[in-house]
Structures are given as structure tokens and as C-alpha cells.
Ligand binder design. Sequence first.
Ligand SMILES: Nc1nc2c(ncn2[C@@H]2O[C@H](COP(=O)(O)OP(=O)(O)O)[C@@H](O)[C@H]2O)c(=O)[nH]1
Ligand SMILES: [Mg+2]
Length: 311
Amino acid sequence: MATSRVTAGRKLSLWGKIKRLALTDVGALVRGFKAADIEAMEQVLLEADFGIAATTEIVDELEVLVRRGTLKSEDDVKQAIVERVATLLTGPPDPGRLARAASGPTVLVVMGVNGTGKTTSVAKLAARFKAQGDQVLLVAADTYRAGAIDQLKTWAERIGVPCVSGAPGGDPAAVAFDGLEAAVARKVSLVIIDTAGRLHTQEGLMEELRKVGRVIGRKIPGAPHEALLVLDGTVGQNAVQQAKQFTESIAPTGLIITKLDGTARGGAAVALRRELAVPIRFLGFGETLDDLVEFDPRQFARDLVAAGDDA
Ligand SMILES: Nc1nc2c(ncn2[C@@H]2O[C@H](COP(=O)(O)OP(=O)(O)O)[C@@H](O)[C@H]2O)c(=O)[nH]1
Ligand SMILES: [Mg+2]
């Protein structure tokens, strides 16, 4: 399963660390955790980018379960952590299914900071939905970054889908408008709009995205039907800050967490889900079109906590 690559490169699993540092006296579990062990467990989770809120919740719940006598063995504790993480990560039952327009094209906007993997994710989504039977059209609305338009055009050619673009430095809302006109004329079923991740100011970027959102909504009522926010899974708590800023542009309907290959620290996914009311929809595992998977909270929790362990 692709998600087990979450922990590739990490020497000791999260569970391995907890066991070594925080379960110093497993025989004493029946009497409750020791204060020092609770602290050590919190430290391990914080270092794994779970964030304070999720860490506190997980550890508090474990304490309660141990006090009640529900957790008697190491394995009980491990399973309880996996359960709790899976629950924290849970979103809609079918995260890969898009909200769809009742008629006409469905419009999906992809947003996020430069370098997080927006354009690559747009390409991966285009390939995925094309394979599922959609007629896809891409829109290159990142007119700010040099090379961004050509990058998307190259992907579009490789995937075999049309791409609407404007001039570098042009108005992204105008490009989005042209893209939707083309989509309606060509009767495509899915439009995916790539956007800029940086402007002269942060406020300028958010205002520009809001404008793109307004123009799209005027052209096709109900659009955008989805706004996916792309976050780099390797930047830990910074991803939470980034995500909060983007909620001021077009309200995100889902997250794509990228770069969970290599030595990625997937714990940030827990903090993101806990601190934003936005579900995780897809994970990025590399630079090729195939490296996108639908998010599976239970699988992710198991891999995150215990991948590489024998038990
Ligand atoms: N390892 C890895 N690299 C990725 C992933 N997604 C994107 N990248 C790379 O990250 C860099 C920035 O990606 P890009 O899509 O241009 O980001 P954008 O600026 O947000 O549009 C490129 O070199 C991509 O190949 C991923 O899931 N894993
Ligand atoms: Mg880009």
C-alpha cells in the first residue's frame, strides 16, 4: 500500500519511540501511567508534528483508558493510539469523490504556497479523473511565476488534455474566465484551475484568489465546486500556519498533503486535520502522475504510528 511510504527513512517508528521512552514500566499500566511517561509520550508526539491540541487529546484519552483498566498491555496502548489518530483524521467516507455541478462543468480550484506541489497535483488530478472518464480541461491561472504556464502546458500535453492560458503577468481572474468559457463551449466535465502561490504581498494573493473565486462564481453558478489546498507534508507546523492564511481566500473544501515520500513527517496531517475544519482528500507521494492516493485515515494512522514494526 502506497501510504506505508509515509515512514520510509524513519529509523524508529513512533510506536517504537513511545515504547522506549514512555512505557518504562509496562507492568505498572494497571496502576495508571507515571507522570514522567506521560510527559515523554507528549514529547514524542509533539516532535512528530502532531501539534499541541491533538497531542493533548490523544494522551488525555489514553490516561483515561488506562485508569479505567481498558488498556492492560503494550499492544492495547498501541492499538488505542492508532484508533485515536484514525478518528482524529477521519473525514468524508469517500474523500476522492468530488462535489459535482448539477449540470455543466464541475470547477476545481487548486491553491497553496509556491513549491508545495500545486501544479504537480493539478496534473495528477487531471490524469486520475481522465482515467475515470472525465473530459478534463486545465487552466493556467498562475500568471505570476515565470515558467508556471509552460510547466502546466507540458503536463497537459503529456496527459492529453487541453490547457487554457493567458500571457505571463496577466490577470488570473481573466484567464479563469476564459477557461470556463472554453469548458462550456467544449462541453468538458471537469475544469481544474492552477493558481499562483506567491505575490508581492500575502494580502494581495488572498485578494487575487477571492477575485478568481468571484469571477468563477459569476460565470458558473455554484462554482468553484471544490477548492483543494495543497500543503507540503515536510514542513510540519508551518503547514498549519499556511493553511490558516489560505482559509481567508477561497474556503478550502479539502486538503492535498504532498511530499509524503522520502523522509516526510506525516504527523503534520494530524495537526492539520485537528486544527482546520477541512478534510484531507489526497496524498502526494512523488513527482510522477501515479503518485497520488486517496486519503485513507485508518491506513494512514497505522502507517504513521507503527510502520516498520513487527507487531
Ligand atoms: N517528492 C515529491 N516531490 C513533489 C511532490 N509534489 C510535487 N513535488 C515536487 O515539488 C516541486 C514543486 O512542485 P510544483 O508542482 O511546481 O509546486 P507549485 O509551486 O506549488 O506549483 C517540483 O519539483 C515537484 O516535482 C510529491 O508528492 N513528492
Ligand atoms: Mg505551480
